[in-house]
Ligand binder design. Sequence first.
Ligand code: GDP
Length: 479
Amino acid sequence: EDDAVQSTGVPKDKLLRGLLSAGFDEGSCISRYQSAEYRKELSHKPSSYLTSRLRRYEALHKKCGPYTELYNKTLEQLKSGHSTGSSECNYVVWISFSGLGNRILTLASSFLYALLTNRVLLVDPGVDVADLLCEPFPEVSWFLPPDFPLKNHFNSFNQESPQCYGKMVKNNTIANLNGLIPSSVYLHLAHDYGDHDKLFFCDEDQSFLQKVPWLIVKTDNYFIPSIFLIPSFEQELSNLFPNRDTVFHFLGRYLFHPTNQVWGLITRYYEAYLARADERIGIQIRVFDVGTGPFQHVLDQILACSIKENLLPEINREQHIFSPSRGTQKSKAVLMTSLSSGYSEKIRDIYWEHPTVTGEVVSIFQPSHEEYQQTEKLVHNRKAWAEMYLLSLTDMLVTSSWSTFGYVAQGLGGLKPWILYKPENGTAPDPPCHRAMSMEPCFHAPPFYDCKAKVGVDTGKIVPHVRHCEDMSWGLKLV
Ligand code: GDP
């Protein structure tokens, strides 16, 4: 059977129902059109409004992207310090910040914000983004040119910077501008942001920011759930995403295509260890406790969850031989990812030393064990990206609480994972895990503020589609 052809004889839809635009050079980014061959069909169809907005965005990007005439013109405004009135091209500049999972979530968040505000997204390549992700937009690059004037300030931008929006509000700088609009503003949307920075999520502040041609963003959070609570974006968002729990899924499948190097890691691994199994199960282990694992309570929790939820078969401790006729056993391939190798080794031994009660054959694989987070190393991050992607190709997924690494996998895969609850004081919680309400990532640091009434409010209780997360009681997610 031809890989590109389903059993029905219909070629797989490599453009993902219009999500992707045709006409990219295939060889420069093989994953873009080949990924459909490794995935199940999209469970939802992107709205025709979303696909038409993406094409419109691409046209804007082409018109305003790096080194275009209009880019150079808007850059002049940036150098002058003040906006000269409404400019044709306005920008969101994303600063490369934090771990890879976090960055994938913040790129999606910044892109949606750009889409909603008719801005062009430009990406600070940091040390590794170009090594990991293909260009998502046709013809014109999304990477910020290396000679961008404010580039040397990116590292030092923080809440106290005079260009920081929250700081400007706090110091009344904006009230004293006498109508003069700054050409750029720094938005501090990282987890440690303050009440003034959080005003970003208010309509009144959005109408001021709308006039600023260059918005520079530093964030490590998936802030989309709170964008859904801004009234002026409500209608547009519901047109773009009639199913609100597919936001990251569609944006992610649109934006994040592994480079050929990473695609090689993904496809070689998939073909060697996963392709032939009857069922694929992903288990993502991220332990935030101090000290080096593996921890017995974490191992117990993984097994308790997987067996209770019927993801892995129970073992038979009494019987030593279990022999249905050869070749008829169903096979389950389990892809485990973790910084340490201990968990998968132990589980692999269990299924070697004992038969399963169902007769199923269980194989356990773990691509790497990097021991600790090494954010600046190229090969390390390639492997991290490959592993997130491989997890997204499984049929059923178990993830760890609080981990953006797991969120990326579930979102790209369109999978509602079983989330392992966070252990407290070295004990596995009971129940060990819980099925997620939706495949959407959790916003870990949302504001709790009612912009109109100017009082605190529980933002997880305002609308039915923005709720508190399963794995973090104060977080917000789309359902
Ligand atoms: P989070 O910290 O779990 O939210 O995820 P991030 O991706 O933002 O940061 C964790 C980083 O640690 C990853 O980018 C990897 O560099 C590394 N890391 C964590 N878990 C794994 C894993 O299972 N496999 C690999 N290869 N790297 C991991």
